[in-house]
Design a protein around this ligand. Sequence first.
Ligand code: S3P
Length: 448
Amino acid sequence: MAHSEPRPFRAAAPSAPLAGRLGVPGDKSISHRALMFGAIAVGTTEIAGLLEGEDVLRTAAAMRALGAEVERTGPGAWRVAGRGAGGLVEPADVLDMGNSGTAARLLLGLLSGHPLFAVMTGDASLRRRPMKRVTDPLSATGAQFWTREGGRLPLAVRGAADPLPIDYVLPVASAQVKSACLLAGLCAPGTTRVVEREPTRDHTENMLRHFGATVAVEDTPEGRVVTLEGQPELAAAPVLVPGDPSSAAFPIVAALLVPGSRVVVENVGLNPLRTGLFTTLREMGAALSIENARIAGGEPVGDIVAEHAELRGVEVPPGRAPSMIDEYPVLAVAAAAARGVTRMRGLAELRVKESDRLSATAALLAANGVRAEIEGDDLIVHGTGGAIPGGGTVETHMDHRIAMAALVMGLAARAPVAVDDAAFIDTSFPGFAALMNGLAGGAAIGPA
Ligand code: S3P
């Protein structure tokens, strides 16, 4: 799973508009959680639609190393025989979480509540990312952490033998930090309480309930208060993973930008804490419609219809950031094609993603002849009104979403767009190029 050789790619305008129906791979957030919860539930959890991207495969390997039986029974079909909360065993070797911040941070929550010693590392991107945001609150359980300078990986953890419940007000809007605290709380007696000022994705809360835990959520003047009753008996439960809205974002924006296109992305997760991009695109003038809206596996899902549209620049408020935190690179591409200026506000968290996504996104635009500025934590994009020059090479900095956003831009630009390395796309969206080429009816995206 290590990427020794970079894979340069390029994208050019397709010879025909994008057309057709497609499904995108399973939701990454839900896939990680399904494997972890399956591993600490009593009984056998059957998962359908699991994302078989490298990030999630790291979680599968880690749960095996911690004693769970994890087996692939078919495409996207996985079976996890759980050990019960508190039942994980000490791993014999270092846990390598690859490129995945979600895998690393959620797992640290779980490990905190188990009396075991573990060492965790990741790839060069993950080893640069902050872990103190989880080790700080998790230390209150009694777990001990030894980290590199700045709280970075590799780190060692000795989980608490008698973990204490956490009561924590999140200093940043982060579903990963919230989830790490809740996962630690599964092994502690009493009530774990996490307060978030801005609501973040609630897949952990939803899935905990699905596995039988008691989780209460209350909106208060202090923020959203999530409480979990400790030491529940988690019972194995089937999980149906919907398509990832963060992956659907790429074909949807491509369809909006390439004249004459009409694309239907089927079975997309539409959890309201994930759909900020679609709200923003509508404000920009996109006619996105939802067909076949339904509830599947406890999450709202639907088919999204996207057609080419003339877009206009908008102001994206900072409060919307948690509901579209992974979508700013591709929104910036849509903004580059729009008429007028788009100002995206409150993007500080983008600096600590797989890359510094704020500067990587600005650089992506600049390399392709689009004017963009960073002002404090805001990104300002000067739209071209549909005439993106292109012709640049984008540095992806080990970041799948920068790579995919750049390639989508190439489909809509006057000159092809190149990326230095498309290999990391496999972390979240295996088959991305083939899928996009299927819509284009030819090889619009391929090796450079
Ligand atoms: C995720 C939460 C987000 C998001 C990441 C997945 C999750 O990170 O960027 O891709 O599954 O909980 P933060 O919670 O750190 O913002």
